[in-house]
Design a protein around this ligand. Structure first.
Ligand SMILES: Cc1cc2nc3c(=O)[nH]c(=O)nc-3n(C[C@H](O)[C@H](O)[C@H](O)COP(=O)(O)OP(=O)(O)OC[C@H]3O[C@@H](n4cnc5c(N)ncnc54)[C@H](O)[C@@H]3O)c2cc1C
Ligand code: SF4
Length: 340
């Protein structure tokens, strides 16, 4: 590990514009520093900033960037209004990690591309213009949507997929003022030379806002396909919400994980579901629309099929309704009251 300075920010202003890497839970950043992928000369610890609240906000929620993944998943309002967010969180990492990992850090976590994690391999995401070692390499975990020859890596977060599906907004503070971005657009897609950073220098995520889910609070699910039942990132995943009235879908949400450099919000699929009965046929059609334009970035064509299947399953489960008590997820302690 390189030598670095450490400072603890006592105010948001001190963290904003600070020259150095933001340190939240450290569960991702410290790992990257230990293997020489991240080499900041200064760490700016934000753990003392007052960003640990979850507040009601116009029927939705406003979540501080320092709320832990464990606290967020267990919050009764999250369970009642955003069960897919709770499911996504509890399908990730381990209880110990979720206690340390923060909301802002989960959003900002780095890709798990194995070439990115090897400082000796050229990687446009680490150093623009150096090349992409994944092209022609082992690519079964890489993108099938929105990739370019400059980078084919996926975004690994489960939480972000559920946040993108339910119209979450990222609140950002920086030296030039405050701004906000829809979660579904927050993570940049690769351009011709690499992947632009999501945040400008000195910017800090302060909160995530989730709007009122309306009729989808009781009809939302997150489904994750992975190689082991715990402690594994998604091969593909889907967050879905369905609002049915008089036997027809009046609103739908669908976002996919593990397929692109950002959680992939499937607007065409959602539009295609409006007015349809909540049937497997309608969901299969929507899933095909969600993967329109998908192409393998190597030997990962199977992801296109898997993503469609996981989308259908998530939509079916959402339409069936969120159970009053969520079943425990494999190898997680998730069993919570959804409706208080
Ligand atoms: C073994 C293992 C398994 C895992 N499995 C999963 C999984 O299945 N699903 C999943 O979604 N995640 C998984 N994770 C990732 C884990 O969720 C992240 O490491 C964690 O959420 C990062 O949060 P943190 O607070 O520790 O961030 P840190 O490590 O402190 O920071 C991560 C990055 O975010 C930046 N950052 C942090 N907070 C802010 C902020 N407020 N504003 C701006 N930048 C900020 C940091 O500068 C850094 O670049 C796993 C991690 C490990 C180690
Ligand atoms: S896929 Fe992206 S992150 Fe992976 S080596 Fe290529 S440029 Fe780097």
């Amino acid at each position: 590990m390189n030598l670095f300075d450490y400072t603890r920010a006592d105010t948001l202003e001190a963290a904003m514009g600070a020259d150095g890497a933001i340190l939240a839970g450290g569960t991702n950043l410290l790992d990257l520093m230990k293997i020489g992928v991240a080499t900041p000369s200064r760490l700016v610890d934000i753990t003392r900033l007052p960003m640990r609240g979850i507040d009601d906000h116009n029927g939705g929620l406003r979540i501080g960037a320092m709320v832990s993944n464990a606290d967020l998943a267990r919050d009764p309002r999250v369970l009642a209004r955003f069960p897919a967010v709770a499911e996504a969180l509890l399908s990730g990492a381990s209880p110990q990690l979720r206690n340390a990992a923060s909301t802002g850090g989960n959003v900002m976590q780095a890709t798990r591309c194995s070439y990115f994690q090897d400082p000796l391999s050229p990687c446009n995401r680490r150093q623009a213009g150096s090349g992409c070692s994944a092209i022609g390499g082992v690519t079964r975990n890489h993108s099938v949507l929105g990739w370019t020859d400059a980078c084919i890596a996926t975004h690994p977060s489960d939480l972000c997929v559920a946040l993108a599906a339910f119209d979450a907004v990222v609140e950002i503070a920086g030296p030039t003022g405050r701004r906000e971005m829809p979660m579904a657009e927050f993570h940049p897609l690769p351009d011709a030379t690499g992947v632009p950073p999501a945040l400008a220098a000195g910017e800090v995520i302060t909160h995530i806002r989730l709007p009122d889910p309306g009729g989808m609070a009781r009809h939302a699910r997150y489904v994750k396909l992975r190689e082991r039942t715990s402690y594994a990132f998604a091969i593909v995943s889907a967050a879905a919400g369905v609002h049915v009235m008089d036997g027809r879908i009046v609103a739908a949400r669908l976002a996919l994980g593990g397929v692109a450099a950002r959680p992939w919000r499937a607007h065409a699929a959602e539009a295609g579901l409006i007015g349809q009965p909540p049937s497997e046929d309608a969901f299969a059609h929507a899933a095909a629309l969600a993967l329109q334009g998908a192409a393998p970035s190597g030997d990962n064509a199977v992801k296109i099929v898997l993503a469609q299947r996981i989308a259908i399953r998530a939509l079916m489960q959402a339409a069936a309704g969120t159970p009053d008590r969520m079943p425990a997820l494999p190898a997680s302690v998730f069993e919570g009251d959804v409706h208080g």
